[in-house]
Design a binder for this molecule. Structure first.
Ligand code: SAM
Length: 281
């Protein structure tokens, strides 16, 4: 563990604060500061950005983000036991770290952030997908953030970046890739964490596109994709028949064979189908 700052090593911080990891809070900590600085670098240049971190815990990634130059970091943590360790980090980086105690699912941190904003987090697995979907579906696009650099279970990372025809391809891939460039930038084995989780992890980086890749009404696209993948093994003329009486004509207008299945259809054709169905309503 190298000294990227003048603070004590994380193992000492955890022992001194009695931060035994709690499973219910998804606590698998990163203690290697070389690794957390490397994750921070995947987010791009932080020096001209505010950064939002969800779930800083004892502050390993927080320290990486600050040492990599984050202009101002807002960290949202639910576990009050972590606050003294985070306060110590804030003292080492005067004026650059704001800690908000609370649940990231109910708290709006954007009032504390100035654009441009990058979001970087080793997310608690139990809330990670829900937060990602919220960040991907704001009322307006472009969103209030420039990029997301997020740790997920490897299987979830694969679902976000999947291509048509693969098992992992579905709602998450389409939602993410419609309005972002998404790619896996790091793989981490369970042993990188303390305690080690049961599964491997991966960091996904998503850059927000200035506009969606293809035009489509967001609510209708979401509905079409959710309905199609709800019964992913069925032919689309059957799984989507509830959306319009003449669904076969809409599928054909979008260049989709009525006998195709959801996992064969790329984003461009899902958007064409959504447009065809929206003209109807
Ligand atoms: N960032 C730290 C690291 O990399 O070592 C900790 C990551 S740990 C996987 C997830 C963190 O999220 C824990 O500190 C946990 O207390 C916090 N957490 C869990 N649920 C949360 C929620 N709903 N809102 C904010 N933080 C939460």
């Amino acid at each position: 563990m190298s000294a990227i700052d003048s603070l004590p090593p994380l193992r000492e911080v955890i022992a001194a604060q009695g931060l035994s990891a709690r499973k219910a809070l998804g606590q698998n900590f990163l203690l290697d500061l070389n690794l957390t600085a490397k994750i921070a670098r995947q987010a791009g240049d932080l020096t001209a950005c505010d950064v939002l971190e969800v779930g800083p815990g004892p502050g390993g990634l927080t320290r990486g983000l600050l040492s990599e130059g984050a202009r101002h970091l807002v960290a949202v943590e639910k576990d009050p036991r972590c606050l003294p360790a985070l306060a110590e980090i804030a003292e080492t980086y005067p004026g650059r770290l704001t800690v908000l105690e609370g649940d990231a699912l109910s708290l709006d941190p954007f009032a504390h952030l100035a654009p441009p904003v990058r979001i970087v987090a080793n997310l608690p697995y139990n809330v990670g997908t829900e937060l990602l979907v919220r960040w991907l579906t704001p009322p307006d696009w472009p969103p209030r953030w420039l990029s997301l650099t997020l740790m997920f279970q490897r299987e979830v990372a694969q679902r976000i970046t999947a291509a048509p025809g693969s098992k992992a391809y579905g709602r998450l891939a389409l939602l993410a890739q419609w309005r972002c460039d998404a790619r896996i930038v790091m793989d981490l084995p369970p042993q990188a964490f303390t305690p080690p989780p049961k599964v491997s992890s991966a960091v996904v980086h998503l850059d927000a596109l200035p506009a969606p890749r293809y035009p489509a009404d967001p609510g209708m696209l979401e509905r079409v994709v959710a309905t199609a993948f709800n019964q992913r093994r069925k032919m689309l003329r059957s799984s989507l028949k509830g959306l319009a009486p003449d669904i076969e004509a809409h599928l054909e207008a979008a260049g989709i064979a009525p006998t195709d299945r959801a996992e064969q259809i790329d984003l461009e054709r899902f958007c064409a189908l959504t447009r065809s169905l929206t003209e109807l309503l």
